[in-house]
Write a protein that binds this ligand. Structure first.
Ligand code: F6R
Length: 249
């Protein structure tokens, strides 16, 4: 049976930028504005290629003394299982190399989910105790995943260990020596965890994401396309480059 088409979500704000550099600038301006309004900002972070430009600009802004992260708290979306934290491809190492080592976050307020026993519930508690995520940065997988919530993930899912889909393993193999090194499991905030963020910034760029952005933002809301749930969030800012937005407009 065909799934019903969702009504347009007027809560979703779109920013269509000329290129990746401008998308990153817009995203950085957004984070900077929220951090200036609230120095105790609780920020949800994504890894991957898409937010790299954003991280670079945030680090530059910190260097120019335009930003102070000392009171902020961060929660990363996900982490591989089975890689030591110090492994160059762990998301912890990725964040350290691309952002944490370049700004003045307090290390006591940097949080990652962990694959160790009983730690998923603990991660949810930590988010709650921090007052909830005020601003969540998201990328999107070619298969519509957000965090590592792969197609078929329940909309009411919370932080948990998941098996990565073949598409994700293939996409992420570019960071490893070969595909066999890519872990098959990861820990991720759940869809419900992400949806509790007060505000979301979704970033996507490039031709490879054109189709999934269309499906996620203009197609039916379905667990087959995890990011489609964002149509139900009250405050999503979608920052795209012109290329990725081509099929949407
Ligand atoms: C990573 C994450 C993933 C990525 C997605 C897109 O922490 O949450 O959902 O955002 O796989 O990755 P890139 O940006 O490399 O295309």
């Amino acid at each position: 049976m065909a799934e019903a088409r969702p009504p347009p979500n007027f809560a979703m704000k779109f920013f269509i930028e000329k290129n990746y550099a401008m998308l990153s600038q817009q995203a950085a301006n957004f984070v900077a504005q929220r951090l200036c309004q609230n120095p105790n900002l609780v920020l949800g972070l994504a890894t991957g290629s898409t937010p790299l430009g954003l991280f670079k600009i945030l680090a530059e802004k910190f260097k120019k003394k335009e930003l102070d992260f000392s009171l902020a708290t961060t929660f990363n979306l996900d982490e591989y299982c089975g890689l030591p934290l110090a492994h160059p491809q762990s998301y912890r190492s990725f964040m350290e190399a691309n952002l944490f080592s370049k700004i003045n976050l307090n290390y006591k307020r940097i949080f990652f989910p962990s694959c160790s026993l009983n730690s998923c519930q603990d991660y949810e508690e930590k988010i709650k105790n921090a007052g909830g995520i005020a601003l969540q940065i998201l990328g999107i997988g070619r298969n519509g995943h957000i965090g590592f919530n792969e197609p078929g993930s329940k909309f009411d899912s919370r932080t948990r260990i998941v098996r990565l889909s073949q598409t994700t393993i293939e996409d992420n193999a570019r960071f490893f020596n070969n595909i066999k090194e890519v872990p098959s499991k990861a820990v991720t905030m759940g869809i419900a965890t992400i949806m509790e963020a007060k505000e979301i910034v979704l970033l996507a760029s490039g031709e490879k994401k054109q189709d999934i952005i269309c499906q996620a933002l203009a197609g039916p809301i379905t667990e087959k396309v995890p990011a489609s749930i964002l149509q139900r969030h009250k405050a999503v800012n979608v920052i795209l480059d012109k290329t990725v937005a081509e099929k949407l407009t």
